[in-house]
Design a protein around this ligand. Structure first.
Ligand code: ARG
Length: 593
């Protein structure tokens, strides 16, 4: 379906052409003076110079040509030369009826669907998920869903941090604690145990301890590096231990991501590409791109037009060890071989932007990707506390994601139960738990996604969980309100699915239709700009329009059945659109709240 703005622009363009002016002047935009009109066209102002004519003259002539256009109910040329436009109620109703009857509410799928890999989440094995990982998961999941809704094949890859020094640290610390484990016996030739020699809780304690020790003690660090080296070179006991670390950790990660309604198609990691690194490196050398610099192997990636220094991309350290860079480059190579994506999108902390500039340039220069493969970095800002500093626990430590969610769910539960105004029954308690989990997730995700990703934002729990204002719970509350009205309508024996839209005859109904009409343009744009916040802005407007409509019209007591059915059809469509939007944002609405 065409976008509403395009449709009415076509009319205005035609009028400009008929009046003898360049039709490109006829571009219509949403009014920036909603008190005066719904849409406007500033083309006469832009054309004045070219045609040596007062803008108001041009606007007047165009307005005359538009008098017979059936899409407007008001066309006014006003000083100094604007065209103020109101859309006709009939035309709008027809557009909304088409939208309701179309697949995806009139969004046209991308003409040439793309195969896209999205690299997000990026947790590190054996380290608990903390709030720093929240943004990548939440934003990445939403971008993935927006891409799919637009008709693309989008493959989510978690890109586990499972191969660096952190693995050597854990292995060495384990060896100190439990030297008798068979994994450390070089003469062991049997089958290694299938059961891991630690629990997730132990693992999560081991890593920070080991990391702390290595910072204090150079000897300890050297030993951990040696363990890393041995692991990477295939020491059987270390590999077996590493598999345990991975599997214990991944089980825990899966549980946490499930709770966030975040789900990955691929659970690959840095280790996945270990075996293809040597081939990649020698090709880079043979092709003359990689050269030695102070013992290390590097690829120069600076360009003439750079305004700031872009350091070379390091491929191997002087001891021959690979780096974070190396695994990212080999991962690109692997993805091109096995998936052949048109585009790879990375959702990572914006402090890694320079790093990704180096990696992307290196990948292009060395031919790991073709000219037309898109490499996009979506950098997100920091999640800050109310003090404007990175979000911490009350004790000043790094907040574990689990604890944060538990805390918000508990607050939400209290709120829901206190709204009952009586002591909850067991059944009510159970429902309140489930509802609290859904609403808490919406609060956290919407609180994040409603900001432009690249900006830092303040994680303000009190605001996020409020049922009023620009919040997730407010959106859910609006959906629940519609569900309740539809339920009551059905309870009177009427069938909402048979209700048909009617021409809006008051301002609130028309505003709601206008808010709805924007869906296809918004959803297309949210993908083009990889911008979930555009979906949030749209549903906030839509929810406001819906609630205004609800307050202005007595829907359930409307005596005129046809009129009532029209209201119900409008409500159903709004509910469906809101639910589609929150689904691409990655959360869902409860039945009641
Ligand atoms: N594990 C990394 C970190 O915690 C993030 C990974 C981002 N993705 C990537 N392909 N490098 O910083």
């Amino acid at each position: 379906m065409k976008k509403l703005l395009d449709l009415i622009s076509e009319e205005v363009k035609k009028a400009f052409a008929e009046a003898g002016y360049d039709e490109e002047l006829g571009r219509v935009t949403v009014s920036n003076r909603p008190d005066l009109c719904e849409f406007q066209c500033n083309g006469a102002m832009a054309g004045a110079k070219k045609y040596h004519k007062a803008p108001i003259m041009i606007a007047g002539e165009v307005a005359e040509k538009l008098a017979s256009a059936n899409c407007f109910e008001k066309v006014e040329a006003v000083n100094p030369g604007f065209l103020n436009l109101n859309i006709s109620a009939d035309f709008l109703k027809d557009y909304i009826a088409d939208m309701a009857g179309s697949e995806k509410f009139g969004l046209e799928a991308d003409k040439a669907p793309k195969k896209v890999v999205i690299d997000y989440g990026g947790p590190n094995v054996a380290k608990p998920l903390h709030v720093g990982h929240l943004r990548s998961a939440v934003i990445g999941e939403s971008i993935k869903r927006i891409g799919r809704y637009n008709g693309n094949e989008v493959i989510g890859d978690i890109h586990l941090g499972d191969w660096g020094l952190q693995m050597g640290l854990i292995i060495y610390e384990l060896q100190l604690r439990k030297p008798d484990l068979v994994y450390f016996d070089p003469d062991f030739t049997g089958e290694y145990p299938t059961e891991a020699p630690f629990t997730i809780a132990e693992l999560e304690e081991i890593y920070p301890t080991a990391s702390g020790k290595s910072k204090e003690d150079p000897d300890y660090k050297a030993k951990a590096m040696e363990a890393t080296f041995k692991l990477q070179n295939g020491e059987p006991g270390y590999r077996a231990l590493w598999k345990h670390i991975l599997s214990v950790s991944v089980t825990d990660l899966k549980h946490n991501y499930e709770r966030l309604h975040v789900d990955f198609d691929l659970w690959n990691g840095e280790s996945t590409v270990h075996d293809i690194i040597p081939g990649m490196v020698s090709k880079m050398k043979d092709d003359g791109y990689a050269h030695e610099d102070q013992g290390a192997l590097v690829v120069d990636v600076k360009e003439e037009t750079d305004t700031k220094e872009i350091p070379p991309c390091m491929i191997l350290k002087s001891d021959g060890a690979s780096l974070y860079n190396t695994t990212d480059l080999a991962t690109i190579m692997d993805r091109m071989d096995t998936i052949k994506p048109d585009r790879i999108i990375y959702v990572v902390d914006k402090r890694q932007e320079l790093y990704f500039t180096q990696v992307f340039r290196c990948a292009r220069k060395t031919g790991l990707v073709t000219e037309d493969t898109g490499l996009t970095f979506v950098g997100f800002g920091t999640m800050n506390g109310k003090d404007g500093k990175p979000f911490k626990t009350r004790q000043g430590g790094v907040m574990r994601l689990e604890f944060l969610l538990n805390d918000i769910e508990a607050q939400m539960y209290e709120k829901i139960v206190s709204n009952l105004n009586h002591a909850p029954s067991t059944e009510e308690e159970e429902e309140a738990q489930k509802t609290a989990a859904l609403v808490a997730l919406a609060a956290v995700k919407y609180g994040d996604l409603s900001n432009q990703a690249s900006k830092d934002y303040i994680f303000d729990v009190d605001r996020f969980i409020s049922f009023e204002g620009d919040t997730g719970p407010y959106i859910l509350y609006t959906i629940v309100r519609i569900k309740s009205i539809l339920g009551k309508y059905a309870a009177t024996g009427k069938d909402a699915s048979k209700a048909t839209l009617t021409v809006p005859e008051n301002e609130a109904a028309k505003s709601l239709m206008l808010a709805l009409a924007n869906f296809n343009a918004m959803m297309e744009n949210a993908w083009a700009e990889l911008a979930p916040h555009k979906v949030c802005a749209y549903i906030y407007d839509l929810a406001n329009a819906l609630n205004h409509f609800y307050h202005e019209n007595n829907i359930l007591n409307e005596a005129d059945e046809e009129k009532q059915a029209g209201y119900i059809a409008l409500l159903s469509l709004t509910k469906d659109v809101l639910e589609t939007c929150i689904d691409v944002l990655g959360f869902e609405a409860p039945e009641r709240m």
